[in-house]
Design a protein around this ligand. Structure first.
Ligand code: NFS
Length: 663
């Protein structure tokens, strides 16, 4: 008998996948198996930029000899494809940010009356950075000016985007030296599309430097704007306890899944779901209440600010419908599989699209409008409540969940290290210098049914890093993976952490795996890294820190944009899976050797999780050596670890190792 292939390390997800298989229902896991990727496109060797092609640059010595109809070489084609992906990822994060900036403007002018300015302190911080006067002015006046300045960042044609100056001085100089400071967000995306058009930029090095430039317009502009504005409008996160798993869907309540990325409408749904008339309406329809759950990055946003439970990341969206318990799944933009509308046909779930940018065949469209946001939110909830009576017995109901503590903003981490008046990063820097903490790893990004068992690489790396005294910060679906695995409470994670890391986390009062939010909140990692560099003792630049960035199960173009701005910020960045530029050794050389020489960071694609861990730890130790820090010695600090019983240990360990379930 063939060995059973585990498709997900998320136990609840795995049960639903098996149930779906037994009932003849298809999921992304099945489609990934059935549709093998085209090896030419997968490795970056297919050019379909003009209609003389598509040209497939394959064959022996393709790197030197293969050319397209126009004469484009393999390195040009691979670099061009890569730059287009980075531009698309930057566009996605930044267009989301634009909507947030307009919501702030309309909240300030009163045109979007359901929104308020919740975090005045953060508003003042931004006003300061943007040189908006605050003295004697109302928060609305300040917010209006801040929003207007932020909106100019998108269409700015010359100069430098404003948030560049939030990076360490040395970093800014590196960017200026290599001409990669973004002028304006839209300008860089448009220019990247122009350069990759037929017959424009034909130099792989030039194309790839442009990938770094456009990605900086994401990390240090678009995404950063989104994070900051969202904090101003809905509050800067602080830790909250909640639950993670599809198992959070309840039998006796109206289950509404909020899925996607822009948190504005989801925030309104959270507020409106607490109104007594809505709750009464649910009760009148036979339910005990309304159960809101999040999915993907919307989940991270409402988890960080309200403790709304997460049903998980990208690959859980179809599975949530297959419980037969979801009355509605409300979506906006990004990472929404069209397959959900098809899966929903077999159940009673209503799929509701809400953005004119993201409509879907077989879904119901209810257009979101920030001018009457709560009214739209009520309409969606009523539709879900009306659907409660249509639930059938069909579906796989599993009710296991994991506890999670999420909500670690930059501001909160700062505060935890010294209180309101003495907030600083000194304790963290000192702990790294002394070798109690070996370094920091950012584990971010998606799930991908082509990479091992869902979540397994995220889980494996998170645990191995903390065992090795490496502090983990995580966002996006990586954070959802750790949450579902039960790694995100101090009680569980500290048991697994190395003694030095454990001691520091206990002293500061933080868990060793920190949930920093959605993917746009990777900007929080940038500002945290900047403060660590500026605090002293760990060099003067992000590139000096003993730190790595990893996207082990990535699939989205957004992940590549994130990877590139990490690299441009000086971070050694590793992606799991094969490389999307595998076909060209020249492109791979530029992304590693040339980029490292110029900006201090490099981008590698490493399919083997153990190799990712090994190279990360080697890099962290190399950076420690360069800083002349005390050599890291495992077990040097801290108290003897408490011995766990086998039953406890089984509970803590991830259910699948990364090499299991690889298809
Ligand atoms: Ni990030 Fe959020 Fe998840 Fe990947 Fe998609 S949800 S923005 S892209 S899949 S981490």
């Amino acid at each position: 008998m063939a060995e059973k292939v585990i498709k997900s390390a998320d136990k609840v997800a795995e049960e639903i996948i098996e149930w779906a298989e037994a009932h003849g229902l298809e999921t992304a896991f099945d489609r990934a198996e059935r549709l093998k990727p085209c090896p030419i496109g997968h490795s970056g060797a297919c050019c379909k930029i003009c209609f003389m092609g598509p040209c497939r640059l394959v064959g022996q010595d393709a790197e030197e000899k293969a050319v397209g109809t126009c004469g484009a070489t393999l390195p040009v084609v691979a670099a061009r494809n890569f730059l287009r992906m980075v531009a698309a990822g930057t566009a996605a994060h930044s267009d989301h940010a634009r909507d947030m900036a307009y919501t702030l403007l309309e909240a300030a002018t009163g045109e979007a009356p359901d929104f308020q300015i919740k975090d005045v302190q953060k508003l003042h911080k931004l006003a300061d950075i943007l040189e908006v006067p605050t003295e004697g002015r109302t928060k609305e006046d300040i917010a209006r000016d801040v929003a207007e300045k932020l909106i100019t960042q998108f269409g700015q044609q010359k100069g430098e985007v404003s948030f560049i100056k939030r990076a360490p001085k040395k970093r800014q100089e590196v960017w200026r030296k290599w001409g990669i400071v973004p002028r304006g967000i839209d300008r860089e995306v448009v220019e990247a599309m122009h350069r990759t058009n037929m017959g424009v930029d034909q130099d792989p090095d030039n194309l790839l430097m442009n990938a770094l430039k456009v990605s900086l317009a994401d990390g240090w502009a678009g995404s950063m704007i989104s994070t900051d504005v969202t904090d101003i409008l809905f509050g800067t996160p602080r830790p909250r306890r909640s639950q993670a798993s599809i198992g959070i869907l309840k039998e006796d309540e109206v289950n509404v899944v909020v899925h996607g990325h822009e948190p504005s409408l989801a925030e309104m749904i959270v507020e409106v779901s607490q109104e007594s008339e809505i709750i009464e309406y649910a009760k009148k329809n036979g339910a005990n209440g309304i159960n809101l759950v999040g999915m993907c990055c919307t989940a991270n946003e409402v988890l960080m600010r309200h403790g709304i439970p997460t049903a998980g990341g990208f690959l859980n969206q179809e599975l949530a419908i297959m419980t037969g318990l979801a009355e509605a799944i409300m979506v906006d933009v990004q990472c929404i599989m069209p397959a959900i509308a098809q899966a929903a046909k077999k159940f009673h779930t209503k799929v509701i699209t809400t953005s004119h940018k993201g409509k879907m065949i077989d879904a119901i469209h209810i257009q979101y409008d920030e001018h009457r946001a709560k009214e739209v939110a009520r309409q969606i909830l009523r539709l879900a409540i009306d659907n409660y009576k249509n639930r059938t017995t069909e579906g796989e109901r599993v009710h296991e969940t994991s506890p999670v503590i999420a909500g670690f903003s930059h501001e909160y981490i700062d505060y935890m290290q010294g209180g309101r008046f003495r907030a600083s990063f000194r304790p963290l820097n000192d702990a790294i210098m002394a070798g109690r903490i070996r370094g920091v790893a950012g584990i971010v990004g998606c799930n991908n049914p082509r990479i091992a068992a869902q979540d397994s690489v995220h889980d494996y790396l998170a645990i191995e890093f903390i065992k090795n005294d490496v502090l983990v910060v995580t966002t996006g679906c990586g954070a959802a993976a750790c949450a579902k695995a039960g790694f995100m409470t101090p009680e569980t994670a500290l048991e697994m952490a190395g003694p030095g890391l454990r001691e520091v986390c206990e002293a500061i009062g933080i868990p060793p795996i920190l949930h920093l939010g959605a993917c746009v909140d990777n900007s929080r990692i940038l500002t945290v890294a900047t403060q660590m560099a500026e605090e002293g003792g760990l060099g003067e630049d992000i590139a000096d820190l003993p730190a790595v960035g990893i996207a082990p199960e990535w699939m989205s173009e957004k992940a590549l944009a994130i990877g590139c701005y990490f690299v441009a910020s000086g971070v050694y960045t590793i992606f799991g899976s094969e490389s999307p530029v595998e076909a060209s050794s020249e492109v791979k050389r530029i992304m590693t050797e040339v980029w490292e020489e110029r900006v201090g960071g490099k981008l590698e694609f490493i399919p083997d999780p153990e190799e990712i861990l090994k190279k990360s730890l080697e890099h962290i130790d190399k950076k420690r050596d360069a800083l002349k820090l005390r050599k890291y010695e495992p077990g040097r600090f801290g108290v003897e670890r408490k011995l766990l019983s086998m039953a406890d240990r089984r509970k803590l360990e991830s259910p699948a190792r990364p090499h299991e379930g690889v298809k």
